[in-house]
Design a protein. Structure first.
Length: 890
RNA sequence: GGGCGCUUAGCUCAGUUGGUUAGAGCAUUUGGUUUACACCCAAAAUGUCGCUGGUUCGAGUCCGGUAGCGCCCACCA
């Protein structure tokens, strides 16, 4: 127990660094694989190695930590596995940018091997920086199990996965049009293309018929692909072109003959109804080309410049420079019909932010349909639950329309594809390591695939590769499947869906049971936080200013389920003030003497005062509400229950009611109240611990509930108080109602005081006339706290009291209170106050009377609702009568 | 083109299966050195719950329509 008095204000900095170190050193975060306890596992969404801690990470990891700490107190063997993602294209792009900036070099200048050395050096320097930063947030990660997606074990898992899918026929190599990033010079998956609305043009060009009989006008958004055209297509049902199909056209500029063909793909009503067909540069055109056996002419290099096929005139030009050049040329040729403004969606590469180019190339694909079916079923039949549930719809839509996943990347940073091509016969061998010889021709010269895999091809294995898969490890058996995944809805396709597929495919079981999708944190203007906008605060600064507990509490408090949140640093005052409030509860308590017991219980407390009964009942509701809320991911609700209970109930009312007992009550009563007080503090510290771990452990120790070598982390989650115990102490609904009625009276008396500007510190004599005998009894049961809460001088209870002189009058359900205010009472002001109260009550009585006089309401509404209304009416009528009685005096 | 979300006090937002006189924090006004806390206490003021129909004894809450804002998905060049 501390003998030092606590400082007036809570200072989190020292407390937080002290406790984190202690928790970690004592191994509190480490999960025992041999534990007999039921496991509870979360795998962290691995941040990119290039990343910095953002507000998004704060929210996401606070939520995970709350769950882990909650389940730990509930007796589960918790395992929170941390780690990082190599983030293929993101990291490579970043290192390339640095290289360009600092040394003016490209990756090609260095070569693959040297470049990779640089990336690894980068990873060593910055990788896992977020992970280290997370400690300041208090995350109880099992650091001994930290993983990286390019660890040896995880790399082996990637190979195993690739080989199995290949052998099953679910991975294949194909010649297709894919999304190509000309800046990164790599293929992308569909998900890595971000569509942006762009104001462009629809150019109308004239393509002359070869026989000189006029021309066809085509509309295009991409003039630069003209040189790759191998046909013009119209809808077969389009009368405008009836009889023209099959005729030859002269492709302008290149003067090549192409055919006018008919294909259902063409919409009659769009543009001119005639489309230029460029099989090498548009996925639809490619399909049309296949159907009509068209020539495929690739006119671009992999960096988005034009190649020799585009013609001498354009060769080497950037695609956008070329666009202008082609338009100019067409105009010169007199073939520019007209130009229309046109707004359309243009796909950009996620990481390099340049328009993607459809490109025909050889890539590796995963056949997704067979994997998607069982994964969709797992969510549809409720084995996996989404919170909020509406994301199921998004998930289903994607799963039902799933397309094959392009997994090969022409990058250097990542897992190299375990495929080998025979130099002699071209046979492809997929294997772990270089085969000694080609199984087909026996040739001993094979070359490994240059490409690496999409970064998500390793992350989709994360829930089990991290525990040792494909080895059947003890960890894997103990901790898979995991329980909860906490992540952002923005990676539902990239990651969540694919993990479900991989889990079912390779483990034969779902990877997690619940998926909680977090809010997106925006700035106070509602903009997404981003580096370029500079509107993202550095969480480490926030933590040093307000404290990690304050930040944690605040983000939970302002983040409702499934709604984006607007964040600003000032909001952390909510959490900071709350931490300070709790600190001061303990400070106050320790001023009253040592704690009653290191393990407070409710055994044989003695006789409780009404306020004790009330707080006990309230505490029980808080326990139930918080427990239920955390079990159902209603974090925001939990934070509000705790805030309300501790601040509004415990501090504002209960603690104040205890002061007269602590200062002058008899010894036995003081002991009873102290014991209950201690029980409440011990309980709410535990309830709050998952959200605010630091201050709660510190105060748990300050209170003397834990010895120096112990921790609140090692305690048990509070269970609801049994009905028997509550009843034995009179902590019933009736007691609560009585207490609330008393509080209403106290507020009314305070309002009179405030109305006259009388300082709270000035004691006032008063006479209370109870509304009935029960209230009379009730109010007299604990005069001391009542007196203290209204700061009464002489206090008398006189039923049916008639005031002798000018008084302030407070009418409440419980009683009418008279405060003699000779000399200061303002009769007009009193009258006004009463008139206002009368009007409000009369209005209310009218509403309820009307409701009750409605026969349909009385006959159809549930009996208890009707009874409730009747009781409310009677109460209001009685109060109204008293107010009117008082008004007679004026 | 399809899907989803939001619209409640000056601001930021709560409001689980429909049922007290719709709440909180901040801001505002008034008063306060009661030895836990000014990161505080007490009191006050502020709302046609976007609009519009409907279901119901009863709608902020459920259903239809509609407006504005935002997000996601989609191969009309």
């Amino acid at each position: 127990m501390s003998t030092e008095e606590l400082s007036k204000a809570y200072d989190p900095a020292e407390v937080e660094s002290k406790w984190y170190k202690i928790w970690e050193e004592r191994g509190y975060f480490h999960a025992d694989v041999n534990s007999s306890k039921k496991p509870y596992t979360i795998v962290i969404p691995p941040p990119n190695v290039t990343g910095q801690l953002t507000m998004g990470h704060i929210l996401n990891n606070t939520l995970q930590d709350i769950l882990i700490r909650f389940e730990k107190l509930n007796g589960r063997e918790t395992c929170w596995l941390p780690g990082t993602d190599h983030a293929g294209i993101a990291t490579q792009t970043k290192v390339e940018k640095e290289l360009k900036k600092n040394e003016g070099l490209t990756r090609y200048d260095l070569g693959r091997e040297k470049f990779l050395e640089r990336v690894w050096a980068w990873k060593e320097q910055y990788g896992g920086k977020i992970i280290k930063q997370l400690r300041s947030l208090g995350t109880s990660c099992d650091w001994q199990r930290e993983r990286f997606t390019m660890d040896e074990g995880l790399s082996a898992a990637v190979q195993e996965c690739f080989i199995r899918l290949y052998n099953k026929g679910l991975i294949y190599k194909g010649h297709r049009i894919i999304n190509w990033c000309p800046k990164g010079r790599t293929a992308l998956s569909d998900e890595e293309v971000i569509y942006k609305e762009e104001k462009g043009h629809l150019w109308h060009f004239r393509y002359p018929y070869a026989d000189g009989s006029g021309y066809v006008v085509i509309a295009t958004t991409r003039p630069e692909t003209l040189m790759g055209d191998t046909a013009v297509a119209v809808n077969p049902a389009d009368e405008r072109y009836a009889g023209k199909v099959g005729k030859k056209l002269i492709l302008p500029i290149v003067n090549r003959e192409i055919e006018l063909i008919a294909d259902d793909y063409v919409e009659k009503d769009f543009g001119t109804g005639a489309v230029k067909i460029t099989p090498a540069h548009d996925p639809n055109d490619y399909e049309v080309g296949l159907r009509h056996n068209l020539e495929v002419i690739n006119i671009m290099n992999d960096d988005g410049t034009m190649n020799a096929e585009a013609g001498k005139e354009f060769e080497g030009m950037d695609r956008y420079v070329c666009r202008e050049a082609v338009v100019k040329k067409i105009e010169e040729l007199g073939l520019l019909d007209h130009i229309e403004d046109y707004t359309h969606q243009v796909g950009y590469s996620e990481r390099n932010d340049v328009p993607v180019e459809p490109r025909l190339s050889d890539q590796w694909f995963v056949k997704m349909k067979p994997l998607a079916e069982p994964a969709l079923k797992a969510v549809d039949d409720g084995r996996i639950k989404f919170y909020p549930e509406r994301w199921v719809k998004t998930y289903r839509h994607w799963m039902e329309n799933i397309r094959d996943w392009c997994i090969s990347r022409q990058l250097w940073w990542g897992h190299r594809i375990p495929a080998y091509t025979c130099d002699q016969c071209g046979e492809i061998v997929v294997a772990k390591g270089m085969p000694e010889k080609c199984p087909k021709c026996g040739c001993t010269h094979l070359t490994q695939e240059e490409d690496v895999l999409d970064t998500w091809f390793s992350s989709w294995l994360w829930p089990f590769s991290t525990f040792g898969w494909p080895e059947n490890t003890a960890d894997l058996k103990a901790f898979y499947p995991t329980q909860t995944l906490v992540t952002g809805p923005d990676i539902i396709f990239f990651w969540v869906a694919r993990m479900i597929m991989a889990g079912i495919e390779f483990m034969g079981d779902i990877p997690f049971k619940d998926v909680y999708f977090t809010s997106i944190i925006r700035d106070e203007k509602g903009r997404k936080m981003s580096k370029s906008l500079g509107n993202s605060p550095d969480p480490l600064d926030v933590i040093s200013t307000y404290g990690a507990d304050a930040l944690r509490f605040t983000v939970i408090y302002i983040a409702p389920v499934g709604q984006d949140i607007r964040y600003s640093n000032e909001k952390c005052e909510i959490g900071r003030n709350f931490a300070n409030k709790i600190w001061n509860v303990v400070r106050f308590r320790l001023m009253q003497g040592p704690v009653t017991s290191a393990k407070p219980t409710l055994d044989n407390l003695g006789t409780l005062r009404p306020d004790d009964q009330w707080i006990l009942a309230s505490l029980n509701q808080a326990i139930k509400g918080v427990t239920d809320g955390l079990a159902n991911f209603r974090f925001n609700e939990v934070s509000k229950i705790l805030y309300e209970f501790i601040w509004s109930k415990f501090c504002d009312w209960y603690l104040e009611s205890c002061k007269p007992v602590f200062n002058g009550g008899d010894a036995a009563q003081k002991q009873t109240v102290l014991r209950l007080f201690d029980y409440c503090v011990a309980t709410f510290l535990k309830l709050l611990h998952p959200i605010m771990p630091f201050v709660t452990d510190e105060l748990y120790h300050q209170m003397g509930f834990a010895t120096a070598d112990d921790s609140i982390m090692k305690t048990e989650w509070p269970s609801a108080i049994s009905e028997d115990v509550l009843n034995s102490y009179g902590a019933t609904q009736a007691a609560e109602d009585d207490a609330e009625a008393k509080f209403e009276l106290i507020r009314a008396i305070r309002a009179v005081r405030a109305n006259y500007g009388i300082a709270t510190s000035k004691a006032l004599d008063m006479v209370v006339s109870p509304a009935n005998d029960e209230m009379h009894e009730f109010l007299k049961r604990d005069e001391a706290s009542f007196k203290a809460l209204v700061n009464a001088g002489e206090l008398k209870f006189v039923p049916g009291y008639q005031p002798e002189g000018p008084s302030g009058v407070a009418v409440s359900t419980a009683a009418t209170a008279y405060i003699p205010l000779a000399g200061i009472v303002d009769l007009d002001a009193e009258k006004k106050r009463l008139e206002k109260q009368e009007a409000e009550l009369a209005k209310y009585v009218g509403v309820v009377e009307k409701k009750l006089s409605n026969e349909k309401f009385v006959s159809k509404a549930p009996a208890d609702v009707v009874a409730q209304e009747r009781a409310k009416l009677a109460e209001a009528q009685e109060k109204l009568a008293r107010v009117r009685e008082q008004m007679k005096a004026y």
